[in-house]
Ligand binder design. Structure first.
Ligand code: SF4
Length: 464
């Protein structure tokens, strides 16, 4: 048996069961660099936190034909010696943009994810193992090696234009966050929302970012009362900024997310606050204060999921606990096992979202009681599908729509784009869209924005 040694550190590569499935697409593009990262960060498995990152290392992919085990050969590098990995964005050349799912716990749905991987870097993120499909790790790779679907708006437009297309609410960001920091530059989510607003197609956006208020013009058009084609869900895991920084290192401060809830609800957009996930022993004591804060910010409803640790997320989460909460580690793991029938995770549809056992039931009861106590809705609002109009490629019709529709609010967005470049809606180069935003006339009618003085708005938006 042959052993290959990494040149970066003391990690060894050991051949594994060759029957395992191999990574599919994109492997050739990234596998070499992934192996570098995997090897490089193996030294960090037991090390201290990496500034601005959730994971402390890169576990191997479950599809890898090689497994790395780590030991000290006397040439170890400290965490400080190994520079923190930088974020790299690759183009994702997927040829379709909508996915259908039909899971017993979620029901039938349609999703759209503008990005793969997520720089927010939440340690508990159950989407992490999806990176294994591209030959990448669920650890640091997931939060540093991102893929952007630059052609998302064009692909969506083509899908909606098919004669067989039947509208159904599209969940944007069901896997990875559509408002992660790179959206600030790329504006792909915004270009998708523009198509959905133009066609009056129902959508819900879920995010841990307050940056969706940049697109408040589109949300308020789609979500306003009487139109009812848009909604938002903002995930707030904790009100404690110190815990939030450790759990979700690059997501917005909880106060900023609450401010975004306030802005959306003031604009008439149905907004749900998701406490996702609840981690027994870590944030479950915040259920009531968080629901109270959500209600005060104007959320119409709230939901939660229990921590899920599929695949190598268990390993990552345990390492994170050892790094940030060593004294609480065993207690938290024990409570998680009590909600998962003695294991750290159960894949079964029946239990995966809410867990089972007395602790899981108590969490469910407290959450339901809290919702009633703070006046949050308990039934789901349905968005309208009957307003859908298939997209047009005709610029004149688009202009008509812009001037005639929806108070002109969307119209202003479309007109700004057209003022810069007629091709904005289908332009692959998002710089055009950025230029459109830059040239948009400033609204000086409000002295404050989300309760923040106008001069402070850019600072707010810049925050991480
Ligand atoms: S924001 Fe969502 S997708 Fe991004 S890391 Fe956190 S949980 Fe995962």
């Amino acid at each position: 048996m042959e052993f290959a040694r990494s040149s970066e550190n003391s990690a060894y590569a050991v051949p594994m069961n060759q029957d395992r499935k191999q990574p599919r697409t994109l492997q050739s593009l990234v596998s070499g660099q992934s192996q570098y990262f995997a090897a490089q960060s193996g030294v960090m498995a037991d090390a201290s936190a990496i500034k601005g990152r959730g994971a402390t290392f890169n576990p191997g992919s479950r599809f890898d034909s090689l497994e790395r085990s780590h030991f000290d050969d006397g040439w170890e590098q400290s965490a400080e010696e190994v520079s923190a990995p930088q974020t790299v964005v690759h183009p994702d050349r997927s040829r379709s943009i909508l996915s259908e799912h039909d899971s017993p716990d979620l029901g039938h749905g349609r999703t759209l994810n503008p990005y793969r991987g997520c720089e927010h870097g939440c340690i508990y993120c159950y989407a992490r193992p999806t990176h294994n499909h591209f030959g990448l790790s669920s650890g640091l790779d997931f939060e540093t090696r991102l893929f952007a679907k630059h052609e998302a708006a064009e692909l969506l437009r083509s899908a909606l234009a098919k004669s067989s297309y039947k509208p159904k609410t599209i969940l944007i960001g069901g896997v990875t966050d559509p408002y992660q920091p790179i959206e600030r530059e790329l504006c792909i989510t915004r270009s998708v929302l523009e198509v959905l607003c133009e066609t009056r197609h129902p959508f819900t956006v879920i995010t841990k970012s307050a940056a969706l208020v940049r697109d408040l013009d589109l949300f308020s058009v789609a979500g306003r009362n009487g139109t009812g084609t848009g909604a938002a869900a903002i995930s707030i895991t904790t009100l404690d900024p110190v815990l939030a920084r450790k759990l979700e290192p690059r997501a917005h401060h909880p106060e900023k997310r609450l401010a975004a809830v306030r802005a959306l609800s003031q604009a008439g957009v149905p907004t749900t606050v998701m406490m996702a996930p609840i981690i027994p022993g870590l944030n479950d004591h915040e259920i009531e204060p968080l629901l109270k804060a959500a209600a005060e910010a104007g959320a119409h409803s709230a939901g939660y999921t229990l921590l899920r640790l599929p695949w190598d997320l268990k390993e990552l989460f345990e390492s994170w606990l050892a790094t940030h909460f060593p004294e609480r580690k065993e207690r938290v793991l024990s409570l998680i096992r009590q909600t998962r029938n003695g294991k750290l995770y159960e894949h079964s549809w029946e239990w995966r979202r809410r867990g089972r056992g007395p602790i899981a039931e108590l969490i469910g009861e407290r959450f339901a009681l809290g919702k009633r106590r703070f006046g949050l809705e308990t039934t789901r609002r349905n968005l309208r599908t009957d307003l859908f109009v298939p997209p047009t490629q005709d610029k004149d019709q688009l202009r008509l729509f812009a001037s005639d529709s929806l108070d002109g609010s969307l119209g202003s967005s479309v007109r700004h784009s057209q003022g810069v470049n007629e091709e904005t809606h289908t332009d692959k180069n998002t710089k055009t869209i950025k230029a459109a935003h830059r040239n948009a006339p400033k609204d000086t009618s409000n002295e404050t924005w989300m309760g923040i003085a106008e001069g402070e708005k850019s600072k707010f938006l810049k925050g991480t």
